[in-house]
Write a protein that binds this ligand. Structure first.
Ligand SMILES: [Zn+2]
Ligand SMILES: [Zn+2]
Length: 217
């Protein structure tokens, strides 16, 4: 049985949940959404004794992807994700960073764009890729069907959903992504989201005010 461990490192002024995910037996792992504050991420990698195999991105926003280019150089590992529909966001990370006072953000091009149905591996852990547009057009969610957890980026939060007022955002598409792709994963599936505390699909299905009612808003 794979012993999967996760550690959350809030980074950037947006307190984005950069996540280290690793196999506790092999110590091989991945960094998901290194938005910035790379010193803190490097420190966590060293403390846990992890060998990072790859960087994974849920979407192209600066708080998730702003540090990816530098960390890729530092670690010498590839970047996988998000979906190519977020290329326009990744291309302009440096300019966006200036606007938010994040001066060290850099544009980045992943080594692998991801599509619905793809699989991302971290050692012997396989994560299914779901394309979940709405918060951004290229947002992807990573699911472990066997370990019963997901990494959802800014698609779904405890008690809320991702904002849809940024370029490429689409409120109807977001709710459709959640209802058609995330809720069917099963109530027992726990998830780490891009901001704030973790939750489960069941808790959100029952109590998230954005997901009540039958229709798609
Ligand atoms: Zn975002
Ligand atoms: Zn975010």
């Amino acid at each position: 049985m794979t012993e999967v461990r996760a550690a959350i490192i809030p980074v950037t002024p947006f307190q984005q949940n950069c996540t280290l995910l690793w196999n506790d037996q092999t110590k091989k792992g991945a960094v998901i959404d290194p938005g910035g504050d790379l010193d803190r991420i490097r420190q966590a990698i060293a403390e846990m004794g992890i060998t990072v195999e790859k960087i994974i991105l849920t979407h192209g926003h600066i708080d998730h992807a702003g540090g990816a280019a530098q960390l890729k150089e530092d670690l010498g590992v590839p970047i996988e994700g998000p979906h190519e529909a977020d290329r326009f966001l990744l291309d302009r990370l440096a300019e966006t960073g200036q606007g938010y006072g994040i001066g060290d953000a850099r544009a980045v091009t992943p080594d692998r764009w991801l599509n619905e149905g793809d699989t991302v591996t971290i050692g012997d852990l396989a994560l299914d890729v779901l394309h979940c547009p709405g918060h951004s057009p290229g947002s992807v969610v990573f699911v472990s069907p066997t370990q019963r957890f997901a990494i959802v980026g800014d698609v779904l939060f405890q008690g809320s959903v991702g904002r849809t007022d940024l370029p490429g955002g689409d409120g109807k598409a977001l709710i459709r992504s959640i209802k058609e792709k995330l809720l069917p994963l099963g109530d027992d599936v726990a998830f780490i989201c891009g901001h704030g505390p973790t939750s489960t699909i069941g808790q959100e299905r029952q109590t998230n005010p954005f997901l009540q009612g039958e229709g798609l808003i």
